[in-house]
Design a protein around this ligand. Structure first.
Ligand code: GRF
Length: 217
């Protein structure tokens, strides 16, 4: 098995990046994390990556006059590291259509909602305001439209009465850390294949999984 070379893009604490790095330590994992890149030089995740001995780069968006110039610099770093697949993990910059086209089918992202519900920011507060009973997270291919793109994997958790946005964020985050490594493995191994704008899973799946909320026994 040839491991696919993955670059992880972050902007902050990087807990999803850490989950990917930990998962990729398994000998049979189909991808290796070859670098971590942040648009914020002070990102906590970047310091962690350095401590782990990973290649960790800052490409500060503020240092570039245009979005395109920033993306060219980012692209150059990724090419120099031999990156084949990009995993965005809390990367808080919108990509231009040009950058997305360069990485089409080779760039994935995690978003803290069950897309296509709640794209954008403040997903947890919006879900609470709507009174939904099940929330979750989505790993998807990146397309030019924000938080859209073919869905690879989703995970769901219940909303509990009295939840705050922060409580919901924590509950969802724990599932993000499970589905992101799984989704990256599916993509890297070719078991999640893009076909006509949808993802086809070429693997045996558990067909009986259910989440009922409220689960009152
Ligand atoms: C996660 O909730 C992710 O879904 C969203 O931003 C957050 C990043 O958290 N895109 P972390 O930096 O991975 O801890």
């Amino acid at each position: 098995m040839r491991k696919r070379r993955v670059g992880v893009l972050i902007s902050g604490r990087g807990s999803n990046m850490m989950a990917l790095v930990e998962a990729a330590r398994a000998p049979d994992y189909p991808a290796e994390i070859v670098c971590v890149v942040s648009n914020r030089p002070g990102a906590a995740g970047l310091a962690w990556a350095r401590e782990q001995g990973l290649a960790a780069h800052a490409v500060d968006h503020k240092a570039y006059a245009t979005r395109e110039a920033f993306e060219d610099a980012l692209h150059a770093v990724l090419m120099a590291e031999g990156v084949e697949l990009i995993a965005c993990a809390g990367f808080m910059r919108l990509m231009t259509a040009g950058f997305v086209a360069r990485w089409a089918g080779r760039m994935i992202n995690i978003h803290p909602s069950l897309l296509p519900l709640y794209p954008g920011l403040n997903t947890h507060a919006r879900a609470l305001a709507d009174g939904v009973r099940i929330v979750g997270c989505t790993v998807h291919h990146v397309v030019a439209e924000m938080d859209a793109g073919p869905i690879i994997a989703q995970g769901a958790v219940p909303v509990i009465d009295g939840d705050t946005p922060a409580a919901l964020a924590d509950r969802i985050l724990s599932v993000e850390h499970v589905i992101y490594p799984q989704a990256l493995a599916l993509v890297a191994s070719g078991k999640a294949r893009l076909e006509d704008g949808h993802v086809r899973i070429l693997s045996t799946v558990n067909q009986t999984a259910r989440l009922i909320s409220p689960d009152v026994g």
